[in-house]
Design a protein around this ligand. Sequence first.
Ligand code: FES
Length: 142
Amino acid sequence: MPPQPSSRRTVLKGAALAGVAGLGAAACSTDSKLGHAQTPTPTAPVDLGAADAVPVGGVKLYREQRLVVSCPAEGQYKAFSAQCTHAGCVLDKVEGTEGNCPCHGSRFDCTTGKALKGPATVPLPEVPVRAEGGKLIAGPDA
Ligand code: FES
């Protein structure tokens, strides 16, 4: 039996709504439900560019890639997700070694991932990272 016209309309309406939700996510990646549903850590290797962009003893925020990388000593790197563990906003800046979440003010130690100030209490997840040929590669195969 062919589908009833009413059920076909329901399907089309659902597809249209999904499209709208997708646009919303693109327009506001820091505070959308879809943005929050993204995995906080990369699912494939991510090229972060020149390793020496991370200052020795300091931290660099890669906002677009949602990562923070610290360099405790020359040639040593640690990376963490830059997605806040409270509600999933991406950190907007790093002051010293402290990362700031613009949404509700959580602060994280970007050298350890530890939550320093709430509302977040869960540390940022660590992400494998390696320097290869002067470039930083973060992600599951790093
Ligand atoms: S999402 Fe970061 S403090 Fe709420």
